[in-house]
Design a protein around this ligand. Structure first.
Ligand code: AMP
Ligand code: MG
Length: 336
């Protein structure tokens, strides 16, 4: 398949909407990560997303809208709390799981009777949805199992030849996927942490972080967010998180590193006195969120076989970074 490369000008977005209306798949930038979009109401179009990604059919897609008023069409039961969250966090990186309306084919929701809905903040994404007049189902635009794409180049590497078009919208400003929440009565449950943090959500209602966020679920566990059970965000290298302060990190690396080892660090200061290749991903949680997936891809490009990673904060936006890095590490963490 020939993949058209589109810009973010009006004519390009018209072309993207035209392809989407024909039932084709188009990669679209959002503020979180690039999405692989198709008409959420068109079963055949949505199947094309699963094929392009190689995604397991029971892993549901998030449905993207451009206006809060769309909620009523997509869900028969929108709780008041959902409107409060929409008011506070939309447009933005928050996905809400709600009961699914029949208009959404079950292939879109991975066979579940619920649907994840989000209104992205990214102007290009919203402009495309508006032009289409239908919501866009869009998972991250990576091949299933590889790190989510946060730059045009990543999408091109994974999807050129597999989708009808890619919109080049530059780098994503948030860099980790949306916070996914469901509603437990009057409580909010975080199924996947993201840029909208537990503290942010607590301002709206009591907020619980689901067990699956930080623990490896056993194969027979009840999985509330199917994406969490898959090996995800994985680089080729064997990653271990070193949960320690800087000095202990440096001495651990000095003792355990071999020729195949590289480091994933916040800044140069974490490698002081070490003669080992490293990739930096920033000193603040926001910067780490923005740079983590690029850093994981860079480690692969550099041929890293074994990676020791400094451990992100486990609160605020850091919780999202930690959650993704834990999965990249296959839950291998050493606490010193
Ligand atoms: P992606 O768009 O690739 O980041 O994946 C979307 C993720 O959102 C899925 O892997 C699920 O974990 C979560 N999700 C989407 N829809 C639902 C749903 N109806 N119920 C629970 N989790 C969902
Ligand atoms: Mg994904």
């Amino acid at each position: 398949m020939k993949t058209e490369i589109l810009g973010i000008d009006g004519a390009s977005l018209d072309r993207a909407a035209e392809l989407l209306t024909e039932g084709q798949v188009v990669a679209v930038p959002t503020e979180t990560v690039y999405g692989l979009a198709a008409n959420a109401f068109d079963e055949k179009a949505v199947r094309r997303i699963f094929e392009a990604k190689g995604r397991p059919a029971d892993n549901p897609l998030i449905v993207h809208i451009a206006d809060v008023s769309e909620l009523e069409r997509l869900s028969p039961e929108v709780p008041e709390l959902a409107y409060e969250c929409a008011e506070r966090f939309w447009p933005g990186p928050l996905t809400m799981i709600l009961p699914k309306a029949d208009i959404i084919p079950s292939v879109t929701s991975g066979g579940l009777d619920t649907v994840g809905i989000r209104m992205p903040a990214d102007k290009t994404a919203r402009a495309v949805i508006k032009r289409c007049g239908f919501p866009l189902a869009a998972p991250s635009a990576n091949l299933s199992g590889s790190p989510s794409p946060t730059a045009y180049r990543h999408v091109y590497e994974d999807m050129n030849g597999r989708v009808s078009a890619i919109i080049d919208g530059g780098d994503c400003s948030v860099g980790v996927e949306s916070t996914v929440i469901s509603f437990d009565g009057d409580k909010i449950r975080i199924l996947r942490p993201g840029f909208v943090s537990p503290d942010d959500l607590s301002e709206v209602a009591e907020t619980i972080v689901d067990k699956g966020v930080l623990e490896q679920l056993s194969p027979d566990a009840v999985v509330r967010s199917p994406g969490m059970k898959y090996k995800h965000y994985a680089p080729k290298a064997d990653v271990t998180i070193i949960d320690s302060d800087r000095d202990s990190f440096i001495s651990y690396v000095r003792k355990n590193a071999d020729e195949a080892t590289m480091l994933l660090v916040f800044s140069e200061a974490d490698c002081k006195g070490l003669d080992i290749g490293f990739v930096k991903y920033g000193d603040t949680s926001e910067e780490q969120a923005r740079r983590l997936f690029t850093a994981l891809r860079t480690l692969d490009e550099l041929g890293a076989e074994k990676v020791y990673a400094r451990c992100p904060e486990k609160s605020g936006v850091g919780l999202a970074v930690y959650n993704r890095l834990l999965r990249a590490a296959g839950f291998k963490a050493v606490k010193l």
